[in-house]
Design a protein around this ligand. Structure first.
Ligand SMILES: NC(=O)c1ccc[n+]([C@@H]2O[C@H](COP(=O)([O-])OP(=O)(O)OC[C@H]3O[C@@H](n4cnc5c(N)ncnc54)[C@H](O)[C@@H]3O)[C@@H](O)[C@H]2O)c1
Length: 442
């Protein structure tokens, strides 16, 4: 394929070197004359292992050149990749100045071209940018609608500097969001020789996955470093502790706990967080991330409350009160916190939890619930039907299969103009007739 790459900095230079090695014909475009001259001299414009020799080889083979002229590049290619910088603006927002300029350049030139053209965005942009900002600007500048003769897709880049060539050839996956079929097909053809799975998705999800990944990486590093500082202060070598921690690939290094949903709770996580933050304080250590996890969790409970309260309906049936299904452990349950919030704000609440028999609660569990919701017995329904009776808002904290089926089968009788707030993520509830369905993270 003939590919123009706008911006031959770290991402563009690596892509140019590797795409030309894969056999594509590449023209790099940059406003920086030094970078253009470097590529044309067969030299890498950036320091990155493996790039220089690939650029030199591609120059020799006649598959790579560079220019400062956007028009020449667009007219000489069928695909334009955009990898210009999207730096932070002074107020922390993202600056799209360079990106907007390139989109306008490409669009204007397309008026002089009759053949189909594909535009692939590789720069990191916030979710929604491709569709809401780039697509209209590109259509307006080119006079073409996004479709058959002009495609626009978003293909986030995951390379790490220092490892970039390896990352280019062995990405975990290739993600492409596109506004038309042609955009997906261009991506598939471009990366045909890579073994990585090719994932078709929508543009905003392609944009999001980059932020999810980078923020997660930052959170992982911060987690290890905050614990590192804490363990060092206790005379330990945190590297050993983290090495052992990482050997658990069931809960620690796995997809466990990475499903968005409701807040955490129970008798362990909040307690251990408080103890860790307390220890840091005693040691005069500032651990801002660990120290704010409980506040973040409380904010999530508040978000659920706001969703429930938003519709102005006052009669609420809450399914699930224990901190997770299959137990009657109420200690530090986020559902108890939610119930308290609702009661405190005057909502009429009914609760159903199959595992809960007040008479059987003992010890700290009983003490906890008597302190938090003193007259819980008056709120508990004996079965799902009783909980649903007259409910205007059904909140699904957690339901087992029987309660789920009860809600589904009785919905017809009780479901007219009812809000269903789903904290668990049960697809079948989305389809309930007449339900105003609200998910907590979806
Ligand atoms: N560096 C990374 O490791 C990395 C990894 C993944 C994604 N990204 C994202 O990719 C994008 C590019 O990052 P980078 O590190 O390669 O940036 P960079 O600053 O190294 O390169 C950007 C290049 O774009 C050029 N440029 C600016 N305006 C231009 C214009 N109008 N026409 C042509 N060229 C122009 C600049 O001169 C520069 O050479 C950013 O959105 C970044 O967030 C970077």
């Amino acid at each position: 394929m003939r590919v123009s790459i706008f911006g031959v900095g770290y991402v563009g230079a690596v892509s140019g070197a590797c795409l030309s090695e894969l056999g594509h014909e590449v023209i790099g475009v940059d406003t920086d004359a030094q970078k253009v001259a470097a590529i044309n001299a067969g030299v890498s414009p950036i320091v990155e292992a493996g790039v220089e020799e690939r650029i030199a080889a591609a120059r020799q083979a006649g598959r790579l050149s560079a220019t400062g002229d956007a028009e020449e590049a667009v007219l000489g290619s069928d695909v334009s990749m955009i990898s210009v910088g999207t730096p932070s603006a002074a107020n922390g927002s993202t600056s799209y100045t360079a990106l907007d300029g390139v989109v306008a350049d490409i669009g204007r030139t397309l008026r002089k071209k009759n053949t189909p053209h594909a535009v692939i965005l590789r720069s990191t942009v916030l979710p929604g940018t491709t569709e809401a900002r780039i697509a209209p600007a590109l259509s307006e500048a080119s006079g073409r609608a996004i479709g058959e003769t002009l495609s626009l897709s978003m293909n986030p880049e995951f390379l790490r500097e220092g490892n970039a060539v390896r990352d280019f050839y062995k990405p975990p996956f290739t993600v492409v969001g596109s506004l038309s079929e042609a955009g997906y097909e261009t991506g598939e053809a471009l990366y045909e020789k890579l073994e990585a799975p090719f994932v078709r998705t929508e543009c905003a999800l392609a944009e999001s996955i980059k932020y999810l990944s980078n923020v997660y990486h930052a959170v992982k590093i911060t987690f290890a470093n905050e614990f590192g500082a804490l363990l060092k202060a206790k005379g330990l070598d945190a590297r050993q502790a983290l090495e052992l921690f990482c050997r658990d690939d069931q809960l620690n290094i796995s997809s466990a706990y990475l499903r968005p949903g409701f807040a955490f709770g129970g008798s362990c996580l909040p307690k251990e967080l408080r103890a860790t933050a307390g220890l840091a304080k005693a040691l005069d250590l500032d651990l801002p991330m660990i120290g704010n996890v409980l506040a973040s969790n409380a904010a999530h409970i508040e978000r659920a409350f706001e969703i429930i309260a938003a519709g102005g309906r006052r009669k609420v049936a809450l399914f699930g009160l224990a901190f997770k299904p299959g137990t009657d452990d109420l200690r530090e349950s986020p559902f108890v916190a939610l119930a308290e919030r609702l009661i405190g704000r005057g909502f009429e609440l009914t609760i159903y939890d199959r595992c809960l028999e007040l008479g059987r609660l003992v010890g700290t569990n009983r003490d906890f619930i008597e302190r938090e919701i003193p007259h819980l017995d008056r709120l508990l329904a004996v079965d799902p039907a009783q909980a649903l009776e007259g409910a205007e808002v059904v909140v699904v904290g957690h339901v087992d299969e029987a309660a789920k089926q009860a809600i589904l089968s009785q919905w017809g009788a009780h479901g007219g103009a009812v809000t269903l707030v789903d904290l668990q993520g049960i697809e079948a509830f989305r389809e309930l007739p007449g339900a105003d369905y609200q998910g907590i993270c979806w």
